[in-house]
Write a protein that binds this ligand. Structure first.
Ligand code: R5P
Length: 281
């Protein structure tokens, strides 16, 4: 078995290979003069693990090309971050079910697929192959332990993230609560109260995705007004669109961390161990 990754997932692919005790394939990435993407994979194996987060159109095309390069192998596909997953249904006539279109496109040539904290597990049913989702919530908990905070309060920014936050909190037997979020626009949300007091406490807001940062920044402002000692943010997928990381720091959040499902400067913990486990290491 060998591991191969797109450019967007080259660090995570290498870490998964390390966890599996196998090699990562050297891939040449370039473009034709007209801008089309080109890949050329080094020595492949009869069993391949193909790793590619879909962070933009190019990363999706690179993933499709790598799958085709591996056509003579038995392939398992890892999609650490699946862009387009949030358009998981037709919200109005004329729209595509983008998650399904992408899932079906990458399924051809693979025997099975693993996703990580996908937006909604129903998207796993869109792949034309067996597909399972793994959660990094326990890994966020392990990372929070290393932060050495004094009795932190783990907070979900909305009701939908409650189970995720409870799983994080269970790692350290910490208090856990959630806010009530109402989305006003693409990057604006309104937050309402919670049950536990944040006064003089270290609070870690946890979520699956930080995209515009609107959710976390609004939650942080509420917590600051309630006298929280310090506020931290931890997510799985650090999308950080439109300067979201700086927006969060400017909002007074002491530390913002994400995993390496999207490779960022603040990727402080890795999905590799959990993915290797799901591969039956
Ligand atoms: C919502 O369902 C997700 O769990 C996140 O809360 C959301 O995607 C975060 O988006 P943003 O950072 O743009 O507020």
């Amino acid at each position: 078995m060998k591991v191969i990754g797109t450019e967007a997932s080259q660090v995570l692919a290498s870490r998964i290979a390390d966890e599996l005790g196998t090699a990562v394939v050297d891939v040449k990435f370039s473009r034709f003069p007209d801008g089309e993407l080109y890949v050329c994979a080094g020595g492949l194996d009869e069993e391949m693990v193909i790793v590619g987060s879909i962070v933009d159109s190019d990363s999706l095309v690179q993933l499709l090309l790598l799958i085709d390069s591996c056509e003579n192998s038995h392939n398992r596909l890892i999609i650490p971050y699946m862009g387009y997953a949030r358009q998981d249904k037709r919200f109005k006539a004329g729209e595509p079910v983008s998650a399904r279109a992408v899932a079906l496109a990458v399924s051809r040539g693979a025997a099975a697929c693993i996703t990580v904290n996908i937006h909604d597990k129903k998207v796993n049913s869109y792949f034309g192959i067996p597909s399972t989702d793994v959660s990094l919530a326990p890994d966020i908990g392990t990372h929070i332990k290393k932060m050495d905070l004094d009795d932190p309060l783990i907070l979900a920014p909305d009701d939908g993230a409650t189970v995720f936050a409870e799983t994080v909190a269970a790692v350290g037997n910490w208090d856990c609560d959630h806010l009530d979020k109402t989305r006003i626009s693409g990057d604006e949300v309104r937050m309402a109260h919670k049950n536990l007091s944040a006064a003089k406490r270290s609070v870690v807001i946890v979520d699956d995705i930080i995209s515009t940062g609107g959710t976390i920044a609004t939650a942080a402002a509420l917590l600051a007004s309630q006298g929280a000692r310090d506020v931290h943010a931890a997510c799985v997928h650090g999308v950080f669109t439109n300067g979201a990381y700086a927006r969060l720091k400017a909002a007074g959040i002491r530390e913002v961390v994400c995993s390496d499902t999207i490779e960022r400067g603040c990727s402080q913990y890795s999905a590799a161990l959990r993915i290797a486990g799901a591969l039956g290491r």
